[in-house]
Design a protein around this ligand. Sequence first.
Ligand code: GDP
Ligand code: MN
Ligand code: MN
Length: 250
Amino acid sequence: MELFAVPDLPEIRAGDDLAALIAERADFEAGDVLCVASTVVSKAEGRAADLADFPASDRAEAIAARLAELTGEEKDPRFAQAVLEESEELVIEAPFILAVTRFGHTTVNAGIDRSNVPGHDLLLLPENPGASAERLSEALGIPVIVTDTSGRPFRHGQRGVALGWAGMPASRDWRGEHDRDGRELGVTVQSVVDELAGAANLVAGEGDGGTPAVVVRGFEFGDHEGSNELFRSEEDDLVRQALRAWEFGE
Ligand code: GDP
Ligand code: MN
Ligand code: MN
């Protein structure tokens, strides 16, 4: 398997035809998968925003005041308001905000970025990354994964994850297949879109590299069952349930 960045993409602006900009700079082959950083999908979709767009509610004021007290840093209540508006639920409000986005991804600050957004304060995640991936995949004729850099519990460091995908299943279901000992696998569902997003994110980088689109060549899904489940539902997510009941400092 081989991964390489699509070269020479310009700064992406609201209204840009991202699929066309990529297609002009890449020769795709059958079997290629394209991973695109959500940053540029958001920019093209006009998801750059400013703090002034988010007048703070009482709840946002309270969250920001508590965060400021706990961290000793200044916290803008309008940022807390933006996170609230992008979220279905805040699982943790302090000492940082862990939010479930409206499309089901759980991440710090609802994935709102303050870097790589010239001319604006904030960049919101795409409203529906699955639909974004679908549009790009249709225009380009290959599977597409929309990615973001995201932290994870239990481990230091961030890595790329899939927010939306189209043209391929999210996971390879190994259940019912056998290990080298002939033992039947009972639980392993391999999150292929996250693994490809992680690999692509290595190539994309995090700074000023200007390489948000990465082609994966030679990946084979193989002869496995596929599944499209990625985000756990509320009932299914025991960690989320436990965190709801948890209070920082108590
Ligand atoms: P995120 O992980 O989706 O939040 O995106 P990052 O901010 O980490 O950026 C990923 C890659 O895309 C980095 O190489 C950035 O330099 C690059 N990038 C971000 N915005 C643009 C843009 O508008 N144009 C180009 N060409 N590259 C960009
Ligand atoms: Mn991001
Ligand atoms: Mn990133």
